[in-house]
Unconditional design. Structure first.
Length: 199
């Protein structure tokens, strides 16, 4: 019993510390308009989970949203690119090339990236886009919590967990009807800093 109480106290402390770590970023509208990209593919949501190959644990959660624009929700993420301007963890301008850049940044010797794509209606995709745009900057360690909070507001995704654990989210997402899963592997070295633009 006491161990459980100590665990909850520790988690509460981490949450309160993490809340101090949200980093608001607000790109100007002209920057977003410059790169806005509408994919010809049908509307979809793609859960992106980075898995630590050494431990098997989930390391990060993102969500690719193909709506009126294709954007990526990268809560508390470290990825950035001048061609994908950001507003509070939502990146715009996700062309096919930019999606590849994002996935390549996360995938390396010690981390694989799992992409789980689900077709949705244009209305559901657009609602996901709006929810992500309105969510605000996400504190560190809350990538899966914020993504789960968004997804649970969408029809067909109400049963997904709101959890600190990306792998738990990934496993629940795998049960969504019509999900298609792809695993990306890479032998790049663990230091991926060179994949971010310099300057």
């Amino acid at each position: 019993m006491f161990k459980r109480v100590r665990l909850w106290i520790a988690i509460a402390c981490l949450v309160s510390l993490a809340a101090c770590g949200a980093e608001p970023i607000w790109s100007e509208q002209h920057e977003i308009d410059r790169v806005a990209f509408r994919s010809p593919e049908p509307a979809s949501l793609t859960l992106i989970t980075v898995i630590n190959n050494r431990t098997g644990a989930g390391a990060h959660t993102g969500l690719l949203i193909n709506a009126s624009q294709r954007v990526i929700w990268d809560p508390a993420g470290t990825w950035w690119n001048p061609n994908a301007p950001e507003r509070n963890d939502l990146h715009y301008g996700l062309t096919d090339r930019m999606v590849d850049v994002y996935v390549d940044y996360h995938t390396r010797q010690s981390f694989d990236t799992i992409l789980q794509e689900v077709p949705v209606s244009a209305e559901v995709a657009q609602k996901a886009f709006q929810l992500a745009a309105n969510y605000g900057a996400v504190p560190k360690a809350q990538c899966s919590i914020s993504t789960g909070s968004i997804l649970r507001q969408l029809p067909g995704f109400e049963t997904l967990p709101v959890s600190y654990f990306p792998k738990k989210m990934m496993e629940a997402f795998a049960k969504i009807p019509r999900v298609q899963t792809r695993r990306v592997v890479d032998d790049d070295p663990d230091d991926n800093s060179a994949k971010l633009p310099q300057g």
